[in-house]
Structure formats: C-alpha cells, structure tokens
Ligand binder design. Structure first.
Ligand code: COA
Length: 170
C-alpha cells in the first residue's frame, strides 16, 4: 500500500460538490448535475462522506462515498477515489465509514451493486466481507456489463461494543 498523507473523513457538504462531481466524472465517466447532489445532501435517507487530504497545502477532497439507511438496511449508492490517490487505503476507510454509519443507525445489512468487470472494487468489497447474493444481467450501459448484487450482514452495534459487565459487589 502507498503511504498516506495526513487526511480526515467528514460529512459531505455543499462546498464539496465541485470536487466530488469531478472525481465521479473521472471515475465513472458521468457526473450528476449539481441539483442531484443537492438533493442527495438534503434527502433524509441519504448519507455522504468525503475523505480529504490535509497537511501543509490547502485541504483537498480525494474520495467520497454516498449511501442510504432505511428500514434496517443500508445501501451503497456510489464510491470513488481520485485516480492519483488510489491504493493508499482510502477506499477501505470510506467503506469502514459506511459500516460504522449503518451500525450506528441499527442497520442489519448493507447492499451494493458492482460491475462484474470492476475487479478493483469487487476485491475491496470481498476483502471487507461482502458476499455475492444475486446478479442483474446487462444492468449497466456505457460500457455494457452485468451488475453483481452483494451483501454484508452487520453485527449489532450493541454486541460489537458491549462494555464489560461490572464486577458483582462482595
Ligand atoms: C474501487 C476504489 C474506490 C478503491 O479505492 P482505493 O482507495 O484504491 O482502495 P484501497 O486502497 O482502500 O484498496 C483496499 C483493497 O481493495 C483491493 N483493491 C483496490 N483496488 C484494487 C485494484 N485495482 N485491483 C485489485 N485489488 C484492488 C485490494 O485488496 C486493496 O488492498 P491492498 O492495496 O492492500 O492490496 C477505486 O479504485 C475507485 O474509485 N474506482 C473507480 C470507481 C469505482 O469503481 N467505484 C466503485 C463502484 S461500485
């Protein structure tokens, strides 16, 4: 893994839309319009995080993830890291932020769809514990590809973080 400069994860805000739309356009070949991002940022079921590098130069966003939480289920909508910042572990950190956010809201599982030919993203999801639970043939266009549906079952937050029981009094 390449070395990581100082960086931090934080919720996405309207001031991040330009940077995030640029990363999305480079990574996916398409970019949502600004209005779509504003809708994403204000919709009650949608969550989004950015990862920005800090340090001596001005902070700049190098990755983002958008996800939903509703009805006990999380869903990853989109995630991308700027090409020059890949293989530093940022994708994994963004994914961990999704797991943390979904657990905190008591989701029991997280779903996502990924292109069959997207080997990098698939490797990341499998390494995190996602398993394939379905597929949608010909789901994607430009270029045409199948979608693989993947799911991660979450341990309840309370079980993962339950504090030690106090010692019984003598
Ligand atoms: C998928 C993506 C977000 C991964 O981001 P990243 O910051 O490079 O990922 P990480 O550095 O955290 O990688 C973590 C692990 O995932 C796997 N992985 C990531 N990219 C990989 C690649 N291109 N090939 C093989 N394995 C890869 C590796 O196991 C890696 O661990 P390692 O570097 O120790 O071997 C990034 O490649 C990207 O933005 N791709 C274009 C957009 C996209 O495909 N988004 C997902 C849509 S479903």
């Amino acid at each position: 893994m390449k070395p990581k400069p100082p960086h931090r994860l934080r919720p996405m805000g309207p001031e991040d839309i330009g940077a995030v739309a640029w990363i999305e356009s480079v990574a996916m070949g398409v970019a949502r319009r600004d209005e779509a991002w504003h809708t994403m940022l204000t919709h009650p079921a949608y969550r989004s995080r950015v990862l920005e590098e800090t340090g001596p130069e001005a902070a700049h966003v190098v990755g983002f993830v958008t996800f939903s939480v509703a009805g006990g289920e999380g869903g990853i909508l989109n995630m991308a890291v700027a090409p020059e910042a890949r293989r530093r572990g940022y994708g994994r950190e963004l994914l961990m932020a999704v797991l943390e956010g979904c657990r905190a809201e008591r989701a029991r599982s997280i779903y996502l769809e990924v292109r069959r030919h997207n080997r990098g993203a698939r490797a990341l999801y499998v390494a995190t514990g996602f398993v394939q639970v379905g597929e949608r043939p010909g789901y994607y266009t430009g270029p045409a590809d199948d979608a693989l549906v993947m799911r991660l079952d979450l341990k309840p937050y309370a079980d993962a973080r339950r504090p030690e029981a106090p010692a019984p009094e003598a």
